[in-house]
Design a protein around this ligand. Structure first.
Ligand SMILES: Nc1ncnc2c1ncn2[C@@H]1O[C@H](COP(=O)(O)OP(=O)(O)OP(=O)(O)O)[C@@H](O)[C@H]1O
Ligand SMILES: [Mg+2]
Length: 483
């Protein structure tokens, strides 16, 4: 077999040298250049079996070159290396029809493996999508190695319908990822439909998913369209899949296997065309061992597994995230603020049990409550401390035991208006005050019941699903203990 030729383009001499040596040693024929024009000339002439290229070169950008390459040499795989390690770079590389995208610094062994695979698959490459993503809004923030790995996996999902299974602790961005896969994927013009299986009463799950005919469930006469029907042509996000009842699991598995379903009470099979994305913040393998989750369904859903790292494993993303949430707060009409480097230091040390959602809540709270333009470590410490203590809003209270919540609320509000000076506090006051009470209330109930959500819900007089939802929204950490 003829030796494959690799075309390498990068304006960084060191990288060029390393790449050239690596591929030569691996037995490939190598051509190296520092500019885009030379690369294009080689390609146009029909040289090379694989391209490994940087994005930005002195005389051009390889993203701009991609349509020409796709046009002239549709079977030529291109691996893009980039130092701009954002979600959008990964998406753009994928949309441009790149075979793969590797953030710099990259792992040479890995690059070699990808190159080998690309050469082996040559000719079977999927046609590149013509559409490009609209909107400049960046859905996901963070450039840590852990997030780049996430982006790489996501970029590979944009042009196919592979089932994605997202796992991650609460608040790590599972729903955000599901939406991004839809919004930037080939189904973006179809609907995105989400169902949270922890929030649907157990005996309603099948009807919610597959719909029912008139009169079937007694309490309602009308026909109900299920989520599968609503999501037709688009994406169906099955959130908290671990909470799905067994019967519904069996039915879902059958639908996934056969590509069709019947409504409850219906007899005609309906074909379905939806992309499935599932998410779980619980360990499904443990549920399989316990016998509450079907192993065969797990394997059906786990085609592309994606684990979202907890924030404490990527504290280098905190600066970007805080800036992002501060900018969002400004969009919502709050004053512009910055965090001091000591404040960032304090944020990096905190373990973030509620992950990005908890950080987002903290930034919003700080943006809304403090008049200072620069947020220092003292404010961060107070806010983080407040989150730990049941009683939450501590710093706003005058010291001493508080026996009357109404009095406490009054003093809290008085302090809030005082802080705002001549202005009014930022809009959204009602929700802010309610949230301040909700968090300590729920934390107290959970502490009193040793983290047992069923008992805590009973204690509070809340529906269990409502409680779960609030725990998530407020980023409350559940500490299980004997009680
Ligand atoms: N990488 C990120 N960049 C910007 N915002 C993020 C990122 N990750 C999460 N967020 C934000 O954090 C919040 C929580 O994210 P999301 O709801 O997707 O988490 P989740 O994993 O679904 O949580 P849960 O398990 O509690 O449902 C959202 O407001 C989301 O926009
Ligand atoms: Mg979620």
């Amino acid at each position: 077999m003829a030796v494959s030729q690799i075309l390498i383009a990068d304006d960084d001499t060191a990288i060029r040298t390393v790449l050239s040596q690596t591929f030569s040693r691996a037995g490939y024929d190598v051509r190296v250049t520092a500019n885009a024009t030379t690369l294009w000339n080689w390609i146009a002439r029909g040289d090379g079996h694989l391209v490994v290229t940087d994005v930005v070169m002195p005389d051009g950008n390889s993203f701009d070159l991609m349509p020409k390459i796709r046009n002239a040499r549709p079977d030529l795989p291109v691996i893009i290396l980039s130092a701009q390690n954002t979600f959008m770079t990964a998406v753009k590389a994928s949309e441009a029809g790149a075979y793969d995208y590797l953030p710099k610094p990259f792992d040479l062994t890995r690059l070699l493996a990808i190159a080998e695979r690309a050469l082996a698959e040559r000719g079977e490459a999927e046609p590149a999508s013509a559409q490009s993503a609209n909107g400049e809004t960046v859905p996901m923030v963070g450039r840590s190695p852990a997030m780049q790995e996430v982006y790489r996996i996501l970029a590979r999902l944009m042009h196919n319908d592979l089932t994605l299974m997202i796992t991650g602790e609460s608040g790590t961005g599972k729903e955000l990822v599901a939406r991004a896969v839809h919004d930037f994927g080939k189904r973006r013009s179809g609907p995105f439909v989400a169902i949270n299986l922890a929030a649907v009463p157990k005996d309603m799950v099948e009807a919610e998913l597959f719909g029912h005919e008139p009169g079937v469930l007694g309490q309602t006469r009308a026909r109900l369209a299920g989520r599968f029907e609503q999501a037709e042509g688009g994406t169906l996000f099955l959130d908290e899949i671990g909470d799905m009842p067994m019967d519904a699991q069996t039915r879902l598995l059958r639908v996934l296997q056969q590509g069709e379903y019947t409504t409850l009470g219906g007899i005609t099979p309906i074909r379905t065309d939806v992309r499935i994305i599932a998410a779980a913040n619980r360990d499904l393998r443990a549920l399989i061992r316990k016998g509450t989750f079907r192993e065969d369904l797990f394997y059906r859903l786990n085609v592309v597994p994606l684990r979202l790292p907890p924030l404490r494993e990527r504290s280098e993303d905190i600066v970007d995230l805080v800036r992002h949430f501060l900018a969002k707060a400004v969009d919502d009409g709050l004053a512009a603020k910055t965090f001091s480097s000591e404040a960032y230091e304090a944020l990096r040390k905190y373990p973030w049990p509620g992950n990005v959602r908890e950080l987002e809540n903290l930034v919003r709270r700080v943006a809304a409550l403090y008049s200072q333009e620069t947020i220092g470590a003292d404010i961060v410490a107070a806010e983080l401390g407040a989150a730990d203590v049941p009683g939450g809003v501590g710093e706003f209270f005058t010291p001493g035991p508080v026996s009357n919540l109404g009095v406490a609320a009054e003093s809290y509000l008085a302090r809030l208006f005082e802080l705002a000076g001549d202005e009014l506090p930022p809009a959204g006051l009602y929700q802010r005050v309610i949230t301040e009470v909700e968090a300590p209330l729920i934390t107290a109930a959970l502490t009193a019941t040793g983290g047992n959500q069923i008992r805590a819900a009973a204690l509070l007089g809340l529906n269990r699903n409502t409680l779960r939802k609030k725990i998530r929204e407020l980023g409350i950490q559940i500490v299980r203990g004997p009680r």
